[in-house]
Design a binder for this molecule. Structure first.
Ligand code: PLP
Length: 355
């Protein structure tokens, strides 16, 4: 792989913005270089543009080094950045699995980059060859998501390997749900695959969706490109400090995951007893994709009772499916209580719901 050939010329040749905090690093007692107001305390100074202290802590948890990590405003930021770094609008293209997380296509559209979808198989699994067949000389990126959203399953590891070994461009693996999965992260394979970028997030297992912190892991060279195009102070100090403190709760996070996995087993068991549930798909995430006899009807009935799930009925390969997040023990029981008030299905049409 030749990185320079993959990167957009303007990005490769540009100079990044040089901030005051970039130009002077080190100890000093008087800072008159950034036009800050010195009269307020605590949050009056610009934060560390590269968040080194926080990255150091995350690196310890993830078993990597800060130089191979980019932090962004949620995963949304690196999802957009890989396109802006590698894809020339109206010329280059992206190949992605279908169904998958909707943000990849949204960002491709915003950047005016062609987005090619390759259907997963009937088990929502990946066929590397079919994916590779969709690529051409202008395919710069392949987007994978494992465990995948909205399907919940891990993609076959051998097929992913085949993609990484064969494709001459960049392969992104979004691991937003990896903490709930039975397999280990692709972060461990970064040294083997210079074309790999792994996304993770604090929004799911860490329970920090509101603070907006996403991670991208890749080679030092690729991370350098992220840092080149990012807003100078893209992660604010409140987020940096808050997540830094949350990282000390590693044991708590593990306990949460254990509890949510127990809740997932409980929900799978109970849902399988319902007459209008046709199929429960295997899941390695904190949600369950469920096929029911009348997804739109059931969605509405649930919403009327104040229980909101995600209706995935109109998504590729997901006709009739609802996506249910694992909640607290009490929330799970409320969902089941409401579902149990619904009746038996009509033979031909849909469900007859008991009032
Ligand atoms: C929830 C989710 C994310 C998280 O996005 P953030 O911007 O980090 O909150 C990323 N990818 C997938 C596939 C998701 O389902």
């Amino acid at each position: 792989m030749n990185l320079q050939q993959l990167v957009r010329k303007n990005v490769w040749n540009m100079k990044p913005y040089s901030s005051a905090r970039n130009e002077f690093k080190g100890e000093a007692s008087v800072f008159l270089d950034a036009n800050e107001n010195p009269l307020n305390d605590k949050y009056n100074r610009y934060p560390d543009p590269l968040q080194w202290a926080l990255k150091e802590k995350i690196a310890n948890v993830k078993g990597t080094v800060p130089e191979k990590m980019f932090l962004g405003n949620g995963s949304d930021e690196p999802i957009d950045f890989v396109i802006r770094i590698f894809c020339e609008p109206r010329i280059d293209n992206i190949v992605a699995i279908d169904p998958t997380y909707g943000m990849y296509q949204v960002c491709a559209n915003v950047n005016d980059v062609e987005y090619r979808k390759v259907l997963l198989d009937e088990n929502f699994d990946l066929d590397a060859q079919r994916l590779l067949d969709k690529t051409d000389n202008n395919t710069k990126l392949i987007y994978l998501c494992s465990p995948n959203n909205p399907t919940g399953n891990l993609l076959n590891r051998e097929e992913i390997k085949k993609v990484l070994d064969t494709f001459q461009g960049i392969v992104v693996i979004d691991e937003a749900y990896i903490d709930f999965a039975s397999e280990t992260s692709w972060i461990n394979e970064l040294d083997k695959y210079p074309n790999l970028i792994v996304f993770q997030t604090f929004s799911k297992a860490w329970g920090l969706a509101a603070v907006r912190l996403g991670m991208a892991f890749a080679s030092i060279e690729i991370i350098g490109l992220f840092n080149k195009i990012k807003y100078p102070y893209n992660v604010n100090i409140l987020t940096q400090e808050y997540v830094s403190a949350e990282l000390d709760k590693l044991e708590m996070r593990k306990e949460w995951v254990r509890e949510l996995l127990k809740g997932r087993d409980f929900l799978k068991q109970e849902l399988s007893n319902l007459p209008f549930v046709e199929k429960i798909y295997p899941t390695d995430a904190n949600f369950i994709l469920v096929k029911v006899t009348d997804a739109n009807g059931l969605y509405k009935q649930l919403a009327d009772k104040g229980v909101i799930v995600r209706n995935r009925n109109s998504i590729s390969l997901c006709a009739g499916c609802l996506r249910v997040t694992v909640g607290t023990e009490e929330e799970n029981k409320t969902l089941l209580k409401v579902l149990n008030t619904f009746g038996i299905k009509d033979e031909k049409t849909s469900i007859i719901y008991r009032p």
